[in-house]
Design a protein around this ligand. Structure first.
Ligand code: NDP
Ligand code: GDR
Length: 345
């Protein structure tokens, strides 16, 4: 029997890698996407084939996490075996500007989806994209036992989603799990997150297109891994005998300054000549240090991160240089991706 999965947030970084991964495992994949006035499917165009084709296994549906009735309709129509809830307003700095929208999408959106699963009376498994931002001010190393101390509207909304997922597991005996993922990046990372902002700028500086990069706090420490490895961890969490929550991380600390230095050094440049402070990128409350302890995932899921932050910086800089030289779509040419048929133009 072909397994069927529904991914919310399929147009995002993780959604696109997860869709590829599940198609590679033979799944039929359904994705929820927002209607926009411009195309927002750049990350998945290369795996999409016309749904009229007999080979089509990826299907897209318009919907929004703020629209509970739509989620109920879709769940009962699609009848998925696995639901991955990745949709969110996922930018921490933006969540200070849009706290109510963030609460609605990143927080309440999760209970709308859980309720849709419950109302459809499906025996399906549910993955919630929880975040290391929930740990916030709790000192590292952080693991599944670390108390939450969120430092942003985004972190607070994710704490709500974490607990409502656990509550549905306990109250309704649902197979619902939280993946508590530490930062993970890739050439498909959104351009306003710090790693991608840096690696794009390095490519542009190297090409002589710009000569300044404005950033905020360089002292923050994160645990940066490689996104394609993390989506496999999500899938593994839904294949266990008992539902449980897991942290995914590299276990390695790296400051923004260190990531910056590694990215510039990769092309033989000195970051200090180009980087300037813009206080707009500082946060009213910052998360100083997140470094995960992934030992539970290693022991129970057999999952391990293999790409360290320095390797990640080099990989992302190379992809951004390639993107400038070619079509602006760095991932299409990547040899580590499966060879899916391209969309007809
Ligand atoms: P992205 O920001 O790249 O993707 C977010 C996705 O959510 C996009 O597809 C976006 O659609 C969609 N979305 C946003 N708002 C809505 C809405 N109201 N209704 C429907 N869809 C919506 O995030 P990532 O891929 O990096 O992360 C995936 C999930 O994992 C997120 O929930 C994030 O908070 C969480 N997470 C991420 C980590 C990371 O380091 N990447 C770490 C821990 C957790 P559109 O393309 O139209 O904007
Ligand atoms: P984060 O990622 O907040 O950890 O959330 P981000 O890349 O935005 O920030 C990381 C650190 O870099 C500092 N920083 C800057 N950040 C941005 N975006 N832009 C800048 O110019 C800049 N200068 C310095 C930040 O202050 C911060 O300390 C990400 C998101 O993917 C969340 O959805 C996810 O849950 C967490 O990772 C785990």
């Amino acid at each position: 029997m072909t397994k069927r999965a529904l991914i919310t947030g399929i147009t995002g970084q993780d959604g696109s890698y997860l869709a590829e991964f599940l198609l590679g495992k033979g799944y039929e994949v359904h994705g929820l996407m927002r209607r926009a006035s411009t195309f927002n499917t750049a990350r998945i165009d290369h795996i999409y084939i016309d749904p009229h084709s007999a080979d089509a296994r990826l299907f897209l549906h318009y919907g929004d996490m703020s629209d509970g009735a739509r989620l109920v309709t879709l769940l009962s129509r699609i009848q998925p075996d696995e639901v991955y809830n990745l949709a969110a307003q996922s930018h921490v700095r933006v969540s200070f500007d849009e706290p109510e929208h963030t609460a609605d999408t990143t927080g309440v959106g999760s209970v709308r989806l859980l309720e849709a699963v419950r109302m459809a009376e499906l025996p399906c498994r549910f993955y919630q994209a929880s975040s290391s931002e929930m740990f916030g001010a709790s000192p590292p190393p952080q693991n599944e036992q670390t108390p939450f101390y969120p430092r942003s509207p985004y972190g607070a909304a994710k704490v709500y989603s974490y607990w409502i997922t656990r509550n549905y597991r306990e109250a309704y005996d649902m197979f619902a799990v939280n993946g508590i993922l530490f930062n993970h990046e890739s050439p498909r990372r959104g351009e306003t997150f710090v790693t991608r902002k840096i690696t794009r700028a390095v490519a542009q500086i190297k090409a002589g297109l710009i000569d300044e990069l404005y950033l905020g706090n360089l002292d923050a420490v994160r645990d940066w891994g490689y996104a394609p490895e993390y989506v496999e961890g999500m899938w593994r969490m839904l294949q266990t005998d008992q539902p449980d929550d897991y942290c995914l991380a590299t276990g390695q600390a790296c400051s923004v300054r260190e990531f910056l230095a590694a990215s510039f050094e990769h092309v033989g440049l000195d970051w200090q000549r180009y980087v300037k402070l813009d206080a707009r990128y500082l946060r009213p409350t910052e998360v100083d240090k997140l470094v995960g302890d992934p030992s539970k995932a290693a022991a129970e899921l057999g999952w391990r991160a293999t790409v360290d932050p320095r390797k990640l910086a080099a990989l992302m800089v190379d992809a951004d240089i390639q993107a400038l030289e070619h079509s602006g779509r760095p991932w299409v040419d990547r040899p580590d991706l499966p060879d899916w048929p391209a969309l007809p133009s």
